[in-house]
Write a protein that binds this ligand. Structure first.
Ligand code: NDP
Length: 485
């Protein structure tokens, strides 16, 4: 098999196998072939992983941040050196084109390791002067064993976005990738080990939702960070609450992208393409509701359709000329095709695409609907596929009100040349991550995350440090201790 790893799990610094678990076949989405067979973690595997993470904690936390950071930065350099092969693994795992994975996955993971490796030495508390010469100080302490649970769209990136800040703060981690994409996180674990990470600090176990639930239910776990859908997020949050564990929830969305008549329309079309068709639309922050001011709507749609017709190259994702790949698996393809049928039956006008293409893999054409109304299913539910809905609007107030009329709040974007309007709209958006004249960039220096149903907490940036550490306060009495009697 093309991508068979040495074993299913990575526990306590080594590959680890237990074929008593149910088999997980990793299928290459471009042709439906099985590229690897792994086994779901048994209770013995999850126990070994959590025990290893717990045991490794004290020594890892006792190292200085600079020492921990040095290992993370070494791992970052190794990831960049191995980018080609890591990108090929990511492509086999997800079906995303190599053209994309070469620039967006291991590189983004390396950015996170480099950034948090650099920050690790400067994670400090505060000195707080108090009356009478007393004072207090705070210590930023690691939380302990963190569980990371990933979605299938960015398996390398998600593993690194969780591991890098967690490890920088002195935590240890057990990471469970999605069963659909089990390969990439194992490569991350191997690189961290080769960079000098002590055994047990980062562990990977495979499995379906039940394995994730078992990890969250373990009382040795201090924190859970999930990237996944809102329904899973609600379950994981509730399970974490039972043990009062810390959480970060990076969940789904139905984000708006507003295009005003004064915008640079070609740039706005580029934003809409990035926000709908990159990774074949399987991106949580996608701006799938594209509100276009009505007097430029036809022009916008014409330019968009021309760009898709002339620019999309579908085919074997391993061919670097290909820029549009399949959906991750057959089930996801079915979900997307059902939404396309719903769009048609509810009266939206299919302006482009809409069909499965004639290949063995799970390819669906980039699809554009116009004349979409706010109450249509395709305008309300997250599709997680290459389906863009164009809605038109007349005024700024109306556009903002309709943009916010969703229970989700992950991202939002606006294209306009009017500076004050751009900032007014950004201030009015009910979303965690907003874009002005751009869409979907997620550099590690910038906080990323959602509000409303789209999540809790922020990944990346200095903000992530607060989500992977907690303050211990120490009051220091310097004088007499006054007591009432
Ligand atoms: P799911 O919510 O189906 O799964 C997410 C992860 O949770 C998987 O590893 C899954 O395992 C696991 N899981 C499922 N049930 C449980 C449970 N009860 N307890 C613990 N773990 C569980 O999401 P998808 O993998 O389908 O990914 C797509 C979703 O992820 C979309 O909604 C997307 O918007 C969101 N997402 C959010 C991002 C963000 O940063 N905000 C980024 C990327 C994606 P398994 O799948 O193996 O069963």
């Amino acid at each position: 098999m093309r991508a068979q790893p040495k074993a299913s799990h990575f526990v306590n610094g080594s590959y680890f196998e237990d074929d008593a678990g149910d088999a997980i076949d990793c299928i290459y989405a471009a042709d439906g072939t099985v590229v690897a067979r792994l086994y779901e973690a048994t209770d013995a595997v999850t126990e070994a992983a959590i025990s290893a993470a717990k045991a490794a904690g004290p020594a890892w936390a006792a190292m200085t941040g600079t020492e921990r950071g040095r290992i993370l930065r070494r791992a970052s350099d190794m990831m960049r050196d191995l980018n080609q092969s890591l990108s090929e693994t990511e492509t086999l795992d997800t079906g995303k084109p190599l053209q994309e994975t070469l620039v967006a996955d291991a590189t983004s993971g390396a950015d996170a390791l480099e950034y948090f490796g650099g920050l690790a030495g400067s994670i400090t508390g505060e000195h707080i002067p108090l009356p009478g010469g007393d004072w207090a100080y705070t210590i930023r302490e690691p939380l302990g064993v963190c569980v990371g649970i990933g979605a299938w769209n960015y398996p390398t990136q998600i593993a690194c976005w969780k591991a890098a800040p967690a490890l920088a703060c002195g935590n240890t981690m057990v990471f469970k990738p999605s069963e659909t994409t089990p390969l990439s996180a194992l490569r991350v674990a191997e690189i961290l080990k080769d960079a000098g990470l002590p055994d047990g600090v980062f562990n990977v176990v495979q499995g379906r939702g039940g394995v994730g639930a078992a990890l969250i239910g373990d009382n040795r776990v201090a924190k859970v960070s999930l990237t996944g859908s809102v329904p899973t997020g609600k379950k994981v949050y509730a399970a974490a609450a039972a043990g009062m564990r810390h959480v970060t929830m990076e969940l789904g969305g139905k984000s708006p992208l507003l295009v005003f008549a004064d915008a640079d329309l070609d740039k706005a079309v580029s934003g809409a393409i990035l926000g709908n068709f990159y990774s074949s639309g399987q991106v949580c922050s996608n701006g799938t509701r594209v509100f276009v001011e009505n007097n430029v709507r036809d022009d916008f749609v014409a330019r968009l359709v021309r760009r898709l017709r002339d620019g999309v190259i579908m085919g074997d994702p391993m061919d670097e000329a290909v820029n549009f790949g399949p959906l991750v698996n057959e089930a996801q393809m079915g979900i997307v095709l059902d939404y396309i049928e719903k769009g048609k039956s509810e009266g939206a006008v299919l302006a482009y695409g809409g069909r499965r293409t004639d290949r063995n893999g799970f390819f669906v054409e980039p699809t554009v609907f116009t004349d979409v109304r706010d109450d249509m299913t395709i305008a309300q539910e997250e599709i997680f596929g290459p389906v863009l809905s164009v809605l038109d609007f007349a005024t700024e107030e109306e556009a903002l009100m309709r943009a916010n009329a969703t229970p989700f709040g992950l991202a939002a974007g606006v294209f306009t040349r009017d500076l004050t309007r751009a900032h007014r709209i950004a201030a009015g958006f009910e979303a965690g991550t907003c874009y002005i004249n751009h869409y979907n960039a997620a550099p590690v220096e910038m906080p990323f995350g959602g509000s409303k149903l789209s999540g809790v907490g922020r990944e990346n940036s200095k903000a992530a440090i607060n989500h992977y550490s907690e303050a211990k306060t120490v009051y220091v009495g310097m004088g007499d201790v006054e007591a009432p009697f």
